[in-house]
Design a protein around this ligand. Sequence first.
Ligand SMILES: [Ca+2]
Ligand SMILES: [Ca+2]
Length: 234
Amino acid sequence: QELVLQLGLLCLGSPLFGEIRSPSYPKPYPNNNISSWDLQVPKGYVVKLTFKYFDLEPSESCFYDYVKVSDKKDLGRYCGRLGSTTGNHPGRKEFVSKGNKMHLEFRSDFSNEDNGTVIPYRGFLAYYKAVDLDECDPNNAAENDERPQCQHFCHNYVGGYFCSCRIGYQLQSDRHSCKGKEKFYEIRGFQRRSPSCRKGGRSDLGSRGQGCRRQAQPHDVTSPFFLFPSGVQQ
Ligand SMILES: [Ca+2]
Ligand SMILES: [Ca+2]
């Protein structure tokens, strides 16, 4: 079912690749232009972008014309020509987003002149594509607060990931946490009258009239089981 969902996303949702061109590219870009692009790929992927061609008016700190790349954070401001010492040419740099979105902003000022000569800068051509996010990589986990981590084992695949548990543990409905099966029944036995209760406990007329009780063992209390109160049901 999940596979079907994934395929659906790929077919109907965000594109897996594309290109971006500055206004009028490959002709020179106009003055006084502001353009922006919001790139989005399916969840479980990140955006990888490179500039195939880049030619913007060079200036100190890219003050005049520039392209700004960002995801949740600023990934830099770029301008200049290939080989120029002024500006900040991106070269073959690969920009990789932290999430599944990336934003590009282009700005040109009122002129493209150098000592009275108009220079026809051609702008840029960029390619982007969706790349699988390895959710199991601890480096990625540190960057992404929204995503829960697998309690025991993490398995990455293209477009997603899944968790599994050590032998004797069961994956819970949140699909991330693991609980020991044996511990679970032991506690249930303690709460109900059951064979395990009769064996391990002693007959007793408790405050509620009847039933059986068993001394709670110290490991019951410190077991990871108790970290997940949602699983303890009366
Ligand atoms: Ca300019
Ligand atoms: Ca993945």
